[in-house]
Design a protein. Sequence first.
Length: 441
Amino acid sequence: MLETDPMEHARRKNIFVVGLDEFNLRLLKAVPGADRYEFHPLLGFEEISGARTFDLEALLDKARRILRAFPGPVDAIIGYWDFPTVLMMPILRREFGLRGPSLESVLRCEHKYWARRVQQEAVPETVPAFAAVDPFAPDAAQRIGLAYPFWLKPIKAHSSLLGFRVSNRRDLDHALDLIRAGIDRFADPMNVILGYADIPDNIRAVDGYHCIAEQIISRGRQCTLEGHVTDGTPQIYGIVDSIRGPNRSSLERYEYPSALPRAVQARMIDAAERVIRHAGLDASAFNMEFFHDAANDRVWLLEVNARISKSHSPLFDKVEGSPHKQVLIDVALGRRPAYPARAGRFRYAAKFMPRLYGHHDDWRVRGVPDAARLREIEAAFPGTEIQLHVEDGMRLGESRHRDPYSYELAAVFMGAQSRRALRRDFKALWQAVGLHFEAGE
């Protein structure tokens, strides 16, 4: 038996975090045993999430230089952002001999068309009708083959960008025009990533410039299962409800724990475990989004992500007493997570995403409270954190926090002892924030 160097156990683990930001650094430092870790930034947020374009080879090369120049041992690479972070990490981990899932298994979760093929094999009863779409084909509109309405979105993007609900031919033509004009932002870096992977020919043909069309499955209650897979064994440790706004597309809040019936949760957990095993994902955190159509008692699988949801981390912190970034760290260091802890201050928690609906790009935001006033409002609601996405005088059209149907004005994290108290407290808090808008000409 090999002897373990006691100094190796004593030293602090060097964990590199892709796109490390101050808000999430505070959550990383809140996990149990955080004094045993050193968190190091690996690329900046603006480089891997906020940029208009991503030069993937340049980003990978920069990350390689940072890791090679580090004077000590590199113990793990973690990240909680979507594209391109989630697909860059397997490449870097493989090159530096670090623990993590294979790139191919992550692509079987993240490449929307390949993922649907995998899901169709593992849990066909949960998968809607779908089709690959080349938006640049002259007859793209005629070749989709799905009845209206349906969703149309790139095979990989993030934050619902270039995702459209298509109800008729006019919607489809408009969506295709916008996708053709903007898909290069995601397609070029996605194709670089695909070049690092061993992919079946029928999947390789559906490259980053392709889209997927899917039957609408947004009827019913939506939730996200958060889990991890260690040594080939998946485990679900929490279920978060996703509540959409009146347009049935834009998310208005997340609530934890889920209010879905236990029997429905059990069916979702079974489906999630089957998908993860079939995808071959291992040594990874993941989350999986489902709908439950109560009218037909049907469970639908929306999508799989080979990462935690960063938006859920403060919710777990409030209810469990530790952010689920603890899971991210444990898995990356080769430990089986002992989670959840059930030791939080609150029984329930939520992330509220207040929105303005409609198309108001020329409207200006007024009445934005300063930092001191925000801290006063937070103090009036213990356990609350407010992140405003707007500044006084800005045009709504300048916001990065938007979808085709609305503008997300803030992220508000709150805890309470009941669901009713959560909603009551948020209503009072948002009135105190007091944003208003000045219509453009």
